[in-house]
Design a protein around this ligand. Structure first.
Ligand code: ZN
Length: 215
């Protein structure tokens, strides 16, 4: 049984047997060529790094067309504290939602203080593909609201235990994001928060991961 790291910008677990890692390529910031050797990766236009929209979208589409190991679109989303103007962020996010639906790839979402906008988009678009909030640090109340709408939550080194308990068992994932730690550390934290043995957590996250990608 493998460990699964849904989202990382680091190479901490590389060459570690038994850990499946999805490396994240930030379009416009990272060179996509560097990701093609990975067994799996994700790619998207982050709201902080919107520069040349048409070029970035073209780059993303080319990657989607030619690389089956691109499993997820993202990080994509909305951030009211940083990045491009919100209306532009929204446009770029909607274009990536369309790609997620067209290429049948789940969407990995970065959302800061824009939950109402995110929920409104989800309600109006009614996507067929899963939407996963990455690095979820919100409250149990927010978690409950998102879960009611069908969102899934990915947890990193910092999270509210009650929010994790809401998402457990079938709606949660583990990730390390930009922390230079092994995903095993996050598993340990999650198991402690859920008062579970690690084997149970490991089995459930493996099931969730395989369901997400029908692997
Ligand atoms: Zn990230």
């Amino acid at each position: 049984m493998n460990y699964y790291n849904l989202h990382t910008h680091c190479t901490t677990d590389d060459h570690t047997v038994g850990i499946i890692t999805i490396h994240n390529c930030l379009i416009g910031r990272d060179r996509p060529d560097g990701f093609l050797a990975y067994p799996f990766f994700s790619a998207g236009i982050h709201p902080w790094y919107i520069e040349n929209v048409d070029k970035q979208l073209q780059q993303l589409e080319t990657l989607l067309e030619s690389h089956a190991q691109l499993l997820l679109i993202g990080e994509a989303g909305l951030d009211k504290l940083k990045g491009a103007e919100l209306s532009l962020q929204q446009t770029v996010f909607e274009r990536q939602i369309a790609l997620s639906e067209a290429f049948e790839k789940p969407l990995l979402i970065h959302c800061v203080k824009a939950w109402d906008e995110l929920l409104a988009l989800h309600k109006s678009i009614k996507p067929r593909m899963p939407w996963i909030i990455h690095g979820f640090r919100g409250s149990a109340q927010l978690a409950e609201q998102l879960l009611q709408h069908g969102f899934r939550l990915s947890f990193g080194t910092r999270f509210h235990p009650e929010a994790l308990r809401m998402a457990w068992p079938e709606h949660c994932f583990a990730e390390t994001d930009d922390a230079s730690v092994s995903v095993l550390t996050v598993y340990r934290q999650m198991a402690a928060a859920l008062s579970l043995d690690e084997a149970t957590l490991k089995a459930e996250i493996a099931t969730n991961f395989r369901q997400l990608f029908t692997l």
